[in-house]
Design a protein around this ligand. Sequence first.
Ligand SMILES: [Zn+2]
Ligand SMILES: [Zn+2]
Length: 62
Amino acid sequence: MICGFCGHEFDEQQGKKGCGGCPGGCHSVHCPRCNYKNPLEPDLIRSLRKIFSKNDVHKGDE
Ligand SMILES: [Zn+2]
Ligand SMILES: [Zn+2]
């Protein structure tokens, strides 16, 4: 995933989950670089985005 704050790209597994510092429990992935709280992306949204990006393919790529 890409950090929404600093743009650093990191694996979701590398991010800090359950930091213990977020009120109501941590349900986000913290950026390893800036510690920004990135909201978790549900699989549904991810697959939707894939579909949309497919429609966005430039001509001649396939
Ligand atoms: Zn960041
Ligand atoms: Zn947290």
